[in-house]
Every structure is written in structure tokens, then in C-alpha cells.
Design a binder for this molecule. Structure first.
Ligand code: BTN
Length: 245
């Protein structure tokens, strides 16, 4: 179970950094949500920066202490936050997908990114910071991030950031309860149903070389399982392979 406690910041370096400081100083409670209007050094995957115009988008980090979750199952946190965001987006638009491993796409464009930072003690997780950047009201993107889009770009409407945060939080609680109850099969099923280009032939890039394959599964640790035309099956960890869209 997670009970939400909200910390609202006008400006911070990065909500993940702020959350991390709270965890380190032992001042954080399970279920704390750090929400910011603006990040000076918003962080993305692979050391990238996360672009977000002040006051326009959802920038949040959820602090969790999922002691029950074995380290080998940590990718389930990525699955459930992705599903929580997708559930919300589907109330607004069609063609919403989870692009492996951590992106949320609408059609062929990225509307949200997720940056999860876990600490492991022994065989289980001791803390997790689940960072979410969801483009809501920003209309023009200036960084060189590929194919960004906001919900407003697609619907023409403005969104109340805190209302969206509440809805995603409610969805997240539901998925978190499933995780606590050990319903991995239910989570996997929903994840597959929403996975971008599952079973479709697609071009992937590994070490600068393009190859054709289709996604035929996600492994226990979140590895991407690709099958090539000749039947060859391979598994890839994060960053080992990327989509060519
Ligand atoms: C990605 O590169 O796709 C992940 C982006 C994650 C951005 C969010 S915004 C809130 C939280 N704080 C950060 O500094 N990063 C994450």
C-alpha cells in the first residue's frame, strides 16, 4: 500500500535529486511525491538532460521503499509506473504505447520518460525513486531530443498538472497493490498489451549495425527478446540495442 504525501517545489535541480537527498537523510516516507514546476538540471536516461518549460509539464519523483520486491524483479517498477501513465493517457488519446524499456509514446512520438533509481540491500530493494517527466502543456521543444510531443500538441487542450498527478497516482496505487500481491502475470499481460511494436518487424541498431527483428518477449529482468527473420533469438539489456523509428 502507498499513501501519498506531496512535496511541491517551485524550482529544484531535479526532483530525483531532491528525492534522493530525502532518502539519504532518512527524512523520506514511503509514498512521498516530489512535484516541481521547474527543474534546472532535469535528468533523462543515459546522462541526457530532460527538457521541460517552467510550469508546463508534470515533473515528479515518487519515493518508495519496496522491501518486499526482490532485486531481480526491479523492472516491475518500470512496468507499473508505465502502466499508470498509459492508463491516464488513454483517457485522453488513442495509440498510447510503452516503448521498451522506459518511454511512453503516442503514435511515433515520445510524450513521457521515466528515470528510476533503485538501491538494493541484499536480495531486495531498499529504496526506489521513480522519476516521471510527462509533457502536458509545452508546445515547442527546443532540445535535440528525438520526436518529443505533448498532450496539448495532440488535443489542443490545457491540462492541470496537479489533477493529472492525482490521476496517475490513483492508477499507480492500483498497480502497486497488484505488485505487492505478487500478481506478476497480471502486470505482464497488461505490459505486453501496451508494448510498442510488439511482434512487428522493425529495424534495431546494435553497435552501429542495423538489423531487422521483432519483439517476441520481455525477459524476467526486463531484457528485450528479439527474434530475427532466420529464427535467431537474442536478449538485450537496456542500452545494448535501440529502435530505429
Ligand atoms: C528519459 O530520458 O526518458 C527519462 C526522463 C525522466 C525525466 C524525469 S522529470 C522528473 C524526474 N527528475 C529528473 O531529473 N528526471 C525525472
Amino acid at each position: 500500500m502507498v499513501t501519498k504525501k506531496l512535496i511541491f517545489l517551485k524550482e529544484t535541480e531535479s526532483t530525483n535529486n531532491y528525492a534522493n537527498q530525502l532518502v539519504l537523510s532518512k527524512a523520506a516516507e514511503h509514498g512521498t511525491v516530489v512535484l516541481a514546476q521547474h527543474q534546472i538540471k532535469g535528468r533523462g536516461q543515459q546522462g541526457n538532460t530532460w527538457e521541460s518549460e517552467a510550469g508546463k509539464n508534470l515533473l515528479a519523483s515518487i519515493i518508495l521503499f519496496p522491501y518486499f520486491l526482490s532485486a531481480s524483479k526491479q523492472f516491475y517498477l518500470s512496468k507499473i509506473i508505465s502502466l499508470a501513465i498509459v492508463d491516464f493517457l488513454k483517457t485522453e488519446v488513442n495509440n498510447v504505447f510503452i516503448k521498451w524499456p522506459n518511454d511512453i509514446y503516442i503514435q511515433n512520438k515520445k510524450v513521457a520518460g521515466i528515470l528510476i533509481e533503485n538501491a538494493v540491500t541484499g536480495a531486495t530493494l531498499s529504496s526506489s525513486i521513480v522519476g516521471i517527466g510527462l509533457n502536458l502543456n509545452q508546445e515547442i521543444f527546443i532540445s535535440d531530443a528525438p520526436n518529443p510531443v505533448s498532450l496539448k500538441n495532440l488535443t489542443g487542450r490545457d491540462y492541470q498538472i496537479e489533477d493529472v498527478a492525482d490521476e496517475i497516482w490513483e492508477n499507480f496505487e492500483k498497480w502497486y497493490r497488484k505488485l505487492e500481491s505478487g500478481d506478476f502475470t497480471g502486470i505482464d499481460k497488461a505490459y505486453y498489451e501496451n508494448l510498442f511494436r510488439i511482434n512487428e518487424w522493425n529495424i534495431f541498431l546494435k553497435d552501429g549495425v542495423e538489423f531487422e527483428a521483432r519483439i517476441t518477449g520481455i525477459g524476467e529482468f526486463g531484457q528485450l527478446i528479439l527474434t530475427e527473420r532466420n529464427g535467431k533469438k537474442s536478449e538485450y539489456m537496456f542500452r545494448e540495442v535501440e529502435f530505429v523509428i
